[in-house]
Design a binder for this molecule. Structure first.
Ligand code: TYD
Length: 220
């Protein structure tokens, strides 16, 4: 059975991690061989890159946008070579919490041009492309409230640097995700994340199940 790559994207607080776990559980119940991973930080060395990216440096120095971009791609190159590629070769269904569209949306919103993103994407991904990308769509005014609630509820949760950025920035990120979906409707599906967790899970399943059947898996 051929491997499949499915990615979940969206602004912070859109519920990606929860929905990925639910999807993974449901697929496993149907006997689908599933692997779940995330970016940045899907490999051991990638976790070190993740810390470099997301933990503020004591010196106060911050990454220049191009340097940050290279770190996200370094993390992705490692992830593709050491995890995603081998898992797909083994016929696994790989579910990713963020992938290349996050770079296009976030770094694009920070001013990195599309031609730079195209060229780096080509170097790092070659022909690798998700079979399906689900964008969990939510207005950042709402999603960032969820992030705040999550942060204050869990003691010791370290805020990511990005969570502190403005709603305006996240609105730009959101609109970039929506443009990605418009440009590539074959691959990308937008799912409203405003609904209840159960309803979002059903909407996600409605997109994933037919794909599994086409791939030869018997799912309900
Ligand atoms: P993460 O903890 O994954 O955020 P969340 O749980 O909310 O999805 O942190 C990753 C942060 O990095 C998030 O703000 C999005 C950002 N990011 C980019 O800017 N570019 C990228 O290519 C990726 C993968 C993530």
């Amino acid at each position: 059975m051929a491997g499949l790559l499915i990615t979940m994207e969206g602004v912070e607080g859109s519920g990606k991690s929860t929905q990925i776990q639910r999807l993974a559980d449901r697929l496993r119940l149907s006997g689908v061989p599933v692997e779940v991973s995330k970016e940045p930080g899907g490999t051991v060395l990638g976790k070190e890159i993740r810390a470099l990216l997301l933990e503020p440096h004591p010196s106060g120095e911050t990454w220049a946008p191009k340097a940050e971009l290279m770190l996200f791609y370094a993390d992705r190159a490692q992830h593709v070579a050491r995890f995603i590629g081998p898992m797909l070769e083994q016929g696994k269904v790989v579910l990713l919490d963020r992938f290349d569209d996050s770079t296009r949306a976030y770094q694009g919103a920070q001013g990195i041009g599309d031609s730079v993103l195209d060229r780096l994407g080509e170097v790092v991904l070659g022909r690798l492309k998700p079979t399906l990308t689900l964008i969990l769509d939510l207005d950042p005014a709402e999603s960032l409230l969820r992030v705040e609630a999550r942060n204050s509820a869990s003691t010791g949760f370290r805020e990511t640097r990005f969570d502190e950025e403005s709603v305006a920035f996240h609105r730009r990120v959101r609109s970039r995700f929506l443009i990605i979906a418009q440009k590539d409707p074959q691959r990308v599906a937008v799912v409203s994340a405003r609904e209840s967790e159960d309803k979002v899970a059903e909407a996600v399943w409605a997109k994933v199940a037919p794909l599994m059947r086409t791939a030869g898996y018997r799912v309900e």
